[in-house]
Write a protein that binds this ligand. Structure first.
Ligand SMILES: NC(=O)c1ccc[n+]([C@@H]2O[C@H](COP(=O)([O-])OP(=O)(O)OC[C@H]3O[C@@H](n4cnc5c(N)ncnc54)[C@H](O)[C@@H]3O)[C@@H](O)[C@H]2O)c1
Length: 426
């Protein structure tokens, strides 16, 4: 059966639900917004453009759930808690119409855990539709089928995500944190640990952020600035989810907890921008001027921010810093190089090939090049040579490339698959 999505019932109208509802209404869909109370749903609906407001109906999850019978897509976006999501789906299942499709916007709970024990109809009609925040701005839309999700359901979500919402659809597998957050959070969590010896040797946090930004094609927030944006509390939840669900031999297991100083920051609520300060903060002075301050991870005290020191580091070519012998170059290799290798080791575990990984990271984390595109830019043979010289394992996809006699992951409209053969793009 071909499924068409023309209307959306959004359950849970917080940050993400409100964003999904607004994007769907802006695309001309009828939208039902339900939250714990009608007032909360109405408040969320106030963010919707005036022109689209007439398409939206609001209500409460307690009283108005039967109205979902009249909607094509039932999109769950309530709190990130498995039991609460399952309880809601138990109420949803008898009420929704045959032919409707269902999804969870979970950040990382496996679909297998959400759908376990549910009816065959539910298991074939459900997927994970993972939007990024803010929904209107971020292009990435990860689409994750369960083992039994029907291809027509995935096709309907993909057509709606790309065609109606204008998103970049990435097909991911049902593995912990999917693609974008699996790799992006590895960069951040491992970075907190791997930066420590450089800080101990006198590198400033400002320099760490500058190294892990523009020279390697990442946004200027670098490491600490990015975590300040996301919040240490969110990163802590991500770490806990990883600790629970990562495969036993995953190298990310070493980084699921914060270093001691960052743990103390979390415990006293020094979470980032939303809490008025994390690794950095802006102080307003009496004369109206502003002073940027950095929380020094060595002294655990605030100090005035300083300019980063990248003197002498190669900057002409993207990524050249990775092969530089300076402390900045070594930091870039330790944190970013290891993230590239982590990504290259996760295919086919989390994605069917390099393209979905690159799209997820470019669209979800705003890297100039995705991990495989960056490896192509650096030269995979050069990376393999360095790993071998260091006695480090060669990641799965780099080994596949070497064994296939290929020089890059992309060539002439084709991409190298985990089977070692070339596949057309698009
Ligand atoms: N915020 C993000 O950056 C982000 C990104 C991607 C995915 N997600 C995921 O999207 C989902 C929603 O996240 P959010 O950031 O919008 O959260 P939020 O806290 O902003 O909103 C959660 C909503 O759920 C409702 N709610 C709370 N308890 C409930 C309960 N017991 N039953 C039903 N509804 C309840 C709240 O009223 C609220 O409207 C989560 O699964 C989260 O992991 C969040």
């Amino acid at each position: 059966m071909v499924r068409e999505i023309e209307s959306v019932a959004v359950l849970g109208c917080g940050t993400m639900g409100a964003g999904i509802a607004a994007a769907s209404a802006a695309a001309g869909c009828r939208v039902l917004m339900l939250d714990l109370t009608t007032e909360a749903a109405e408040q969320a609906a106030a963010q919707i453009d005036d022109e689209a407001r007439h398409l939206v109906t609001t209500g409460s999850l307690a009283d108005d759930l039967p109205a979902i019978a009249d909607y094509d897509w039932i999109c769950e976006a309530i709190v990130e808690d498995l039991a609460t999501k399952r309880q809601l789906f138990e109420r949803v299942e008898p009420l929704r119409a045959d032919g409707s499709v269902v999804s969870s916007n979970t950040s990382g709970i496996p679909l297998a855990a959400i759908s376990e024990g549910f009816s065959e109809r539910f298991r074939s009609d459900v997927a994970i539709t993972h939007f990024f925040n803010p929904v209107r701005v971020m292009k990435l839309f990860e689409l994750v089928p369960g083992v039994e999700t029907s291809p027509e359901v995935i096709d309907a979500f993909a057509r709606f995500g790309a065609g109606r919402l204008g998103k970049g659809v990435v097909h991911a597998k049902d593995t912990v944190n999917f693609i974008g957050n699996r790799i992006g959070c590895f960069f951040m969590l491992s970075g907190l640990h791997r930066a420590k010896p450089y800080l101990a040797n006198g590198m400033t946090q400002e320099t760490v952020d500058a190294v892990l930004g523009q020279p390697i094609g990442l946004p200027p927030t670098g490491l600490y600035g990015l975590i300040d944006l996301i919040g240490l509390d969110v990163m802590d939840l991500v770490g806990k989810n990883l600790a629970e669900n990562l495969p036993a031999d995953d190298v990310g297991r070493a980084f699921t907890s914060f270093p001691e100083v960052e743990q103390r920051m979390l415990e006293r609520g020094q979470l980032g921008r939303k809490a008025g300060g994390g690794f950095g903060r802006v102080q307003r002075n009496d004369d109206g001027s502003k002073t940027r301050e950095t929380f020094d991870l060595g002294t655990e005290e605030w100090r005035a921010a300083v300019a980063p020191d990248l003197e002498g580091a190669p900057s002409a070519d993207l990524g050249a810093l990775l092969f530089d012998e300076s402390p900045a170059g070594k930091l870039a290799w330790d944190v970013f190089g290891s993230t590239l290798c982590y990504a290259a080791d996760l295919v086919p575990q989390i994605a069917d090939g390099p393209l979905n990984v690159d799209n997820a990271i470019r669209w979800g984390f705003n890297w100039v090049k995705g991990p495989f595109e960056m490896l192509d830019h650096l030269g995979p043979a050069r990376v393999i040579e360095r790993l071998e010289a260091e006695g480090a394992p060669v990641p799965a996809m780099l080994a596949t490339l070497r064994d296939a006699g290929a020089e890059t992951f992309y060539r002439d409209g084709q991409v190298l698959g985990p089977d070692g053969s070339w596949h057309p793009i698009g």
